[in-house]
Ligand binder design. Structure first.
Ligand SMILES: Nc1nc2c(c(=O)[nH]1)N[C@H]1C(S)=C(S)[C@@H](COP(=O)(O)OP(=O)(O)OC[C@H]3O[C@@H](n4cnc5c(N)ncnc54)[C@H](O)[C@@H]3O)O[C@H]1N2
Ligand code: MOO
Length: 403
């Protein structure tokens, strides 16, 4: 059979990303937005702090009254958080103040109570204050109308606290894309079932569901299709309302690799098939009607590595988030030979060396069926096609798998 040039990994990813649309917006209460992607810039509806506030428990003073210490000031009132001393603070006066309370008019500093002593209605100030000491000025954190968070941000607990402080009880976020998927193969049964002779357990359904969830999608597991064109068609048709369809297996060139044959009459429009990547060469991308379709290879490691490299960014892209891969560098823990013609993603351990760059050590067996190796791996060493041999101690690019 004729050999077609294989599509480079970067180009494959770019073509997938270019074919995707963002999901619709929805407005959700703060209790439900963790991990969601902000669809619109969040604008502060308040100024925080709303006035100049004390940052400490102590005494509000005029700094000029404390130039010579000890300074004896008359305590004329009290300002708790949520309350206020409403008179003007005059020369020689102090107000007992607590963290979060507004600074009285005329005061310009707070002396912490540890630097004072009290004698009836007089406070003795023992340390000279400078104007602004322990005062949080009005608007220090944000002001009404300030952009608080940009669209596209994946919302963390700190972001949600910020939205609350900005008095935004709801946020506009992207809907979670529904990712429908199924495996293909007569040899597959679900975990927990009794496999017949020559059968194995389907690992890919559950692994992929978890990866989809982790990326912020909603997994729709359509099960396992038998190796018949009819069964594959019937199951694929159930993905009609999904934002994306992913097939697992049946992507290669064998007589029983039927995904393309089954789906072409349903309107499958192939963008590309086969990429210059190991594992993952037989990757398929196209559209089934209006629905983007990603065909992952059946080997479990190939399926998950391709899902990490293509499906995860796709799910993030559909939610308007940042799809950049977080590649970093490590020192190699063992020699690697010159790479072949496919971009290689080598399962490796990643050791932390205090004060040093991490050390990535490839596992000796890289078979794309071995989930035990993938599960133990804490990074993938990424090697460009035809990369030169690297000796232990050399620098390589890695994609960390655990954050
Ligand atoms: N002559 C060639 N043969 C193969 C080529 C090739 O280029 N020429 N490519 C190989 C590569 S690389 C890969 S990757 C596989 C992928 O093939 P398929 O996508 O068609 O996958 P299947 O044949 O359906 O399955 C491959 C392998 O994985 C097991 N499998 C499948 N689904 C699951 C699942 N859900 N859970 C666990 N394991 C699964 C399946 O039993 C097979 O052992 O093709 C090579 N062949
Ligand atoms: O691409 Mo296959 O994934 O090398 O086993």
């Amino acid at each position: 059979m004729a050999q077609h040039p294989l599509l480079p990994v970067e180009e494959a990813r770019a073509r997938i990303m270019a074919a995707l649309r963002t999901t619709e917006k929805e407005s959700l209460p703060l209790a439900r937005v963790l991990g969601r992607f902000l669809a619109e810039e969040a604008i502060a509806r308040r100024t925080q702090p709303p006035a100049d506030l004390s940052a400490m428990d102590g005494y509000a003073v005029r700094a000029a009254d404390t130039l010579t210490v000890p300074a004896r000031l008359r305590v004329v009132g009290e300002a708790p958080a949520g309350g206020a001393y409403t008179e003007h603070l005059n020369e020689g006066e102090a107000v007992r103040i607590f963290t979060g309370a507004p600074l009285p008019q005329g005061a310009d500093a707070v002396v912490i109570q540890e630097d004072t002593s009290r004698e009836g209605d007089v406070v003795v100030i023992e340390e000279t204050a400078t104007a602004g000491d322990h005062v949080r000025v009005c608007g220090l954190d944000f002001r009404t109308g300030d952009p608080g968070m940009p669209a596209g941000r994946k919302l963390s607990p700190a972001d949600i606290a910020l939205a609350a402080a900005m008095n935004l009880p709801q946020l506009e976020v992207r809907k979670q894309p529904v990712i429908a998927f199924f495996s293909t193969g007569d040899e597959l049964v679900r975990p927990g079932a009794e496999p017949g002779p020559n059968q194995i357990i389907s690992a890919n359904n559950d692994g992929l569901a978890a990866l989809i969830l982790e990326a912020g999608g909603i997994p729709l597991d359509l099960g396992i299709a038998r190796d018949t064109v009819g069964d594959i068609r019937e199951i694929a048709a159930r993905a009609e309302h999904a934002d994306m369809l992913v097939t697992l297996g049946g992507a290669s060139v064998g007589d029983h690799d039927l995904v393309q044959e089954a789906l072409t009459p349903l309107g499958l429009d192939i963008d590309f098939w086969k990429i210059a990547m190991r594992p993952g060469k037989p990757l398929i991308f196209g559209k089934l009607g209006d629905t983007p379709m990603l065909g992952l290879p059946g080997n479990p490691v190939s399926a998950l590595v391709c899902a990490i490299l293509f499906l995860r960014p796709a799910i993030i892209r559909m939610q308007g988030g940042d799809t950049a891969l977080h590649l970093t560098q490590a020192r190699l823990g063992a020699d690697l030979p010159q790479n072949g013609s496919r971009e290689d993603y080598i399962r490796a351990g990643l050791d932390h060396v205090p004060g040093e760059i991490h050390v990535a050590t490839p596992f000796p067996i890289q078979d794309s069926s071995m989930l035990s190796v993938l599960a133990d791996a804490s990074c993938l060493i990424v090697r460009k096609p035809h990369a030169e041999a690297v000796q232990a101690g050399g620098i390589v690019t890695v994609l960390p798998l655990r954050r």
